[in-house]
Structures are given as structure tokens and as C-alpha cells.
Design a protein around this ligand. Sequence first.
Ligand code: SAM
Length: 160
Amino acid sequence: MDVLFYAPQYRPNLSSMIRSAEFYGLKKVYIFDSNNLLLPPTQSKKARAEMAHMAKVWTAGAIEYVEIIKIEDVDAFLSNYSGRKVATILDEDAQHLNNFEFKLNDLIIFGSEKEGIPEHLIANVEETVYIPSLGKTPCLNVAVTFGIVIHHALKSSGIQ
Ligand SMILES: C[S@@+](CC[C@H](N)C(=O)[O-])C[C@H]1O[C@@H](n2cnc3c(N)ncnc32)[C@H](O)[C@@H]1O
């Protein structure tokens, strides 16, 4: 089971997702970092050390145990990915998460906070899944979505 974080915009969300990924036993995460959240500050050694420290604090140490793989060309990455690609999207026509069976070789994709996953990438995946709202709020925070989806994915694929 692999995961791709598409263009995350906020470090607290990215940190939470890295923490949850490691908690659920993932050894690596793919990140398309177009907002440069992973870039260390260049101005000083002290700033770099502070960022490394914050990364450990925000991920509760998980950053030490999970490999972060930066994706430069996301279209090429998806085209060459050998497993099934599953996008999490806000679309009632997508499959209800509760009814979806994940597979061991799936790549699950999570979108950016404001823009989600662009249409041209959604067109390039095999499956789309959706968590319907029971209230009036239209969508979940991406890090919350990640926790719900990864728990379900590991359960439905028989890993957990
Ligand atoms: C805040 S949402 C993005 C909202 C954006 N305006 C859109 O229309 O996609 C950030 C990401 O969280 C995930 N997400 C949030 N709520 C979801 C839901 N109810 N079902 C599936 N994915 C969801 C998706 O990966 C989405 O790209």
C-alpha cells in the first residue's frame, strides 16, 4: 500500500499525515511538494536545525522512521506506477469508502487543501473514493481524511 500527498499546503496537515502513515506501518510516503513544504530554510544553520527539530516534534518522531520520496513529475509518476491508483475526491459519483475494497498494490492519492486533486490527474486513476458527509460541512480536513482512509484501506485489504 502506497500513498501520495498531492501538493499539501500546510505543514501541520503534512506532519499529521506523516505521523499517521508511520503509525499505520507505512515505510514510505510519496509527496508532490509544489508548495515547497519540505525545503529546508536556506538562511542559516540555526533555521535548518530548528526546522528539523519541528519536523520531529510535529510528527511525534515519525519522520525518523518513514522515507519521504519527493515526486518531481507527478504525471510521469502516475503513468509509470505499476499498481492501481485510487484518488480520494469530493464527488458523490465516486465509490463510497465503506464499500470499497483496497488492494495491497494500491496507491492512494490525497489532494491539496484548497484545490484538491486536479481533473487531469483524476482522469489518470483507476478508482475514486468518497466519504459522504452526514452533516452540512462539505468536506473533511485532508489529514483527517487520511486517517479514516488508511485505517479502512488496511482493514479492507487484510493488512490489519
Ligand atoms: C479540503 S479537501 C479539498 C477541497 C477542494 N476544494 C476539492 O474540491 O477537492 C482536501 C483533500 O482531502 C480529501 N478529502 C476531504 N474530504 C473528503 C471526502 N469527504 N471524501 C474523500 N476525500 C476527501 C481529498 O483528498 C481532498 O483532495
